[in-house]
Design a protein around this ligand. Structure first.
Ligand SMILES: Nc1nc2c(c(=O)[nH]1)N[C@H]1C(S)=C(S)[C@@H](COP(=O)(O)O)O[C@H]1N2
Ligand SMILES: [Mo]
Length: 372
């Protein structure tokens, strides 16, 4: 029997305080946890990842995965529900965990490329089929809240694209994964919603349709505004695409909403936060901050000019930033942030409401700040 922690009814879901989260470029410890079921404690020496579907069926042990060429990726892993709290308070009530801005972490992941594993498994679907085919990931170790197992899929074309950097991560920040984050192996899908980065991975299938798992078909989709209750959502699930890429985003961590900040001797207040690029369009190239409700904007300084690791791009990673603004003293002040990425995607003031409150990427905002 696999040892389990937490339960289907009460899975572990938590996020760190924002100011702590942005205190380091690499999220070493205390990143967010998002689970739809219990956390299994697996034995790396007996664990296998089975490869099914349009391949020569086979299994990989952890030893075999670690003897393939290893690839390092620095990328943000973000829950599609990150910032749901802002959507529900600014727009309208939504269904889902009340995530603030901390359901994201920026880590160094290492393991074989999914592409290499598929090629070594004899994946020989002709190229023209790649764009309609999918790679499905599954973990059958525990049941989940809404399905018998956890699963998700991504387009096969993305998995096979060498510079899309999809890996089967064995390590996080230079150490084996922890049980919470998927030990002994998880998928890491840079730029794509965290839901597809399946933890405790035990099966990969190359197939001609998306994963049929609940979390691919009945969750993590941006439903239209008219789907405003669970009943109405039912007719939309099959018509709406599953989320793949996450949108460009930024949030303000400091000063926090409802806090008091003191200007320095030059009348300056430092505004800090993180920014995320959209899907494959990273890195973030610009962050602007406004201290007057969006009338004027100043450029923020981006912290990470160079990758901390040679040969590892910053394309998938978050960008920590800091801006100097000179607000008038007073109460009820509002600060805004907006990011742009290399692909030219710019954050809009506010996206449309959706029932599940996913992919919120309105301007970063801190409200009701007292400036003294
Ligand atoms: N097996 C399994 N994998 C999973 C999940 C899960 O519940 N079970 N949650 C997914 C979701 S929705 C997210 S956002 C990320 C969270 O990863 P973390 O807990 O390491 O932060 O894992 C994904 N992989
Ligand atoms: Mo998620």
């Amino acid at each position: 029997m696999v040892k389990l922690e937490h339960t289907v009814r009460k899975p572990l879901n938590r996020e760190p305080p924002l100011e702590k989260l942005i205190s380091s470029f690499i999220t070493e410890e205390g990143g967010y946890d998002r689970n739809h079921g219990p956390i299994p404690y697996l034995d790396a020496s007996t664990h296998r990842v089975a490869i099914y579907g349009a391949v020569t069926q086979q299994e990989f042990s952890i030893g075999q995965l670690s003897s393939l060429p290893q690839h390092t990726v620095i990328c943000a892993l973000q829950c599609a529900g990150n910032r749901r709290h802002t959507m529900r308070t600014k727009l309208k009530e939504v269904n889902g965990i009340d995530w603030f801005d901390g359901a994201v972490m920026n880590c160094r992941w290492r393991g074989p490329r999914l592409r290499d594993v598929l090629l070594r498994s004899g994946m020989d679907l002709p190229r023209e089929k790649w764009k309609d085919a999918h790679v499905a990931f599954a973990c059958f170790q525990t049941p989940c809240q809404d399905d018998e197992y956890y699963g998700g899929s991504i387009p096969l074309e993305r998995a096979m694209q060498e510079d899309a950097d999809v890996i089967l991560a064995l390590e996080m920040n230079g150490r084996p994964l922890t049980p919470n984050h998927g030990f002994p192996v998880r998928v890491v899908t840079p730029g794509i919603a965290g839901a597809r980065s399946v933890k405790w991975l035990d099966r990969i299938t190359v197939q001609l349709c998306e994963s049929s798992n609940f979390y691919q078909q009945r969750d993590y989709k941006i439903l239209p505004e008219e789907a405003d209750c669970v009943e109405k959502a039912k007719e939309w699930w099959d018509k709406c695409p599953s989320i793949v890429d996450m949108p460009v985003n930024s949030v303000i961590a400091v000063p926090a909403s409802e806090s008091t900040v003191k200007r320095d001797e030059n009348g300056v207040v430092y505004v800090k936060g993180y920014a995320l690029p959209s899907g494959q369009d990273g890195p973030v190239t610009q962050v602007e901050v406004s201290a007057d409700g969006g009338k004027t904007w100043v450029l923020a300084e981006l912290a990470q000019a160079e990758s901390p690791e040679k040969g590892v791009s910053l394309k998938w990673s978050w960008t920590l930033w800091q801006a100097k603004v000179k607000p008038e003293p007073g109460t009820g002040k509002k600060f805004l942030s907006r990011a742009m990425d290399k692909g030219g995607n710019v954050q809009a003031p506010c996206p449309k409401w959706n029932l599940r409150g996913v992919s919120y990427n309105g301007y970063g905002e801190s409200e009701n700040v007292e400036v003294i």
